[in-house]
Design a protein around this ligand. Structure first.
Ligand SMILES: Cc1cc2nc3c(=O)[nH]c(=O)nc-3n(C[C@H](O)[C@H](O)[C@H](O)COP(=O)(O)O)c2cc1C
Length: 178
């Protein structure tokens, strides 16, 4: 009898670094995880769900209202997942996680799941430095959420600074248990 692969949920939110999440998805799948991707509506503006469906070899959840099983997907996945990775994590999504807001598939999953979580932020340096973001990050750290990055360097949307998403290999090596 074969041991089932651990289930990882990869949350992808709406920033330019969403394209780098495709590489992370591929690395997770190669690590023998069962990968399930949940994308926000704004993530879909940056990269198509077909990319993640192909790399994860699983259907991608993009709406709270898709019901392939009798249970809503966020509940079904929250009970099966042993790891949650958000990459890239927008300032908006970090704020929603910190407050427990559940208004789309990904934030509702985050509000249901309570296991190990790794967040890889990516945003403009001014957003990362903003007191609201600092408070939200501190709240999540106090709950045991692991932050990987952001890194300092070139950012797509303005002057260089701290806000660049960590490289997929680095996010992979930050996952607990790996
Ligand atoms: C071209 C473009 C790039 C963006 N990049 C980022 C980003 O890297 N990080 C971020 O926090 N927000 C970024 N935003 C803003 C988010 O898309 C916006 O806050 C959105 O509400 C996030 O939605 P989500 O968190 O549900 O995916 C960007 C917006 C645009 C138009």
């Amino acid at each position: 009898m074969t041991t089932p692969s651990p289930v990882v949920v990869l949350g992808v939110t709406g920033g330019i670094a969403a394209c780098k999440a495709a590489e992370l998805c591929s690395l997770l799948a190669k690590k023998e995880f069962e990968v399930h991707v949940i994308m926000t509506g704004n993530a879909l503006r940056f990269v198509g769900e077909l990319t993640f469906r192909t790399l994860s070899r699983n259907p991608v959840v993009t709406s709270l209202w898709e019901r392939p099983q009798w249970q809503p997907e966020h509940v079904a996945l929250a009970s099966r997942a042993s790891l949650f990775v958000v990459a890239p994590a927008t300032a908006n999504f970090i704020a929603k996680m910190a407050c427990g807001i559940a208004d789309d598939a990904l934030s509702t999953f985050a509000a249901t799941y309570s296991g190990p979580t790794v967040v890889a932020p990516a945003m403009n340096p001014a957003m990362w430095a903003h007191p609201a973001c600092r408070r939200n990050v501190a709240e999540l750290v106090s709950r045991g959420v692991i932050f990987c990055g952001p890194e300092t360097g070139h950012v797509a949307c303005g002057p260089d600074g701290t806000g660049r998403m960590a490289e997929p290999e680095k996010i992979l090596s930050s996952l607990p248990g790996l």
